[in-house]
Write a protein that binds this ligand. Sequence first.
Ligand code: TXA
Ligand code: MG
Length: 311
Amino acid sequence: MVTTVQLSPDADGLDRAAALLSEGRLVAFPTETVYGLGADARSDSAVAGIFEAKGRPRFNPLIVHLPDLAAVSEYCEMPPEARDLAQAFWPGPLTLVLPLRPGAAISPLVTAGLDTLAVRLPDHPLARDLLTRFGGPVAAPSANPSGRVSPTSAAHVMAGLEGRISAVLDGGPTGVGVESTIVGFEGGPCLLRAGGLPAEAIEQCLGAPLGAGGGGISAPGQLASHYAPEGSMRLEATERREGEVLLGFGHVEADLNLSPSGDLTEAAANLFACLHRLNEMQAERIAVSPVPEHGLGRAINDRLRRAAAPR
Ligand code: TXA
Ligand code: MG
């Protein structure tokens, strides 16, 4: 057990967070998508600490967070399409899986031995400030116990990881609410995970459709059952059955509603907080309204299907 300190979103909190990272400790911090659990990506022992704290299977590689494009070029090669996407969408909720430069100073635990590295420039003032102060690559998965709902507030982080990490930098609720979209470039640009940047926007920038990585959305280690709330979930529910709690979307009478007006951006921002809330309510049987499968709806439905998967 370690004491987990809550750091304030000011210069003092940021300095302490950066100092802890330099000592090889674990610090949760806000990004625009969800809170990340950060560690120095160059240090085997620091990165091993992430897997330990989350109870995460070791084969699942991590995303490295960097402050700017110069830092990305230090670690990765950038195909022309990657440059275009970086220019259009960074900083932002987009992760690019790029060829790792030989000899790059990144712990092999980060890549799980792959010859590619997942990188992103987060669009959150505290994350960017922390990365600049720290001055190195920060590996960060979502700051939740493995398989559980991702955190969109410092309170969610504390509920899942208090006593297992050194600190959480409290930046209030996150804006986007679902994790970044992941794009890989093996055999042309392909979608590895739907996320906070709609695939349609990426395709428009590329002027071509994205391939599906390995016949389906498949970043390695994406488990079928994930984001699991404690209750069972029934998706595409057009009515509430006896004994069910309804998680609604749009104009329905519901116990909780992702977005009463049917707005997908609002629904993404509310998704994980609603799943946390359902746990607090000890909901045993959860019905979920249909969510349209376009724009951010793809990321929302992906997370809902994983949450509903048999475990
Ligand atoms: O928004 C986000 O992406 C958040 C914030 C904290 O940045 N992070 C996040 O990390 O969602 P995590 O660990 O929960 O998800 C990382 C995903 C995993 O599905 C992993 O398999 C994939 O990225 N990934 C990492 N490195 C990869 C690689 N070299 N090739 C393919 N997929 C990779
Ligand atoms: Mg995660």
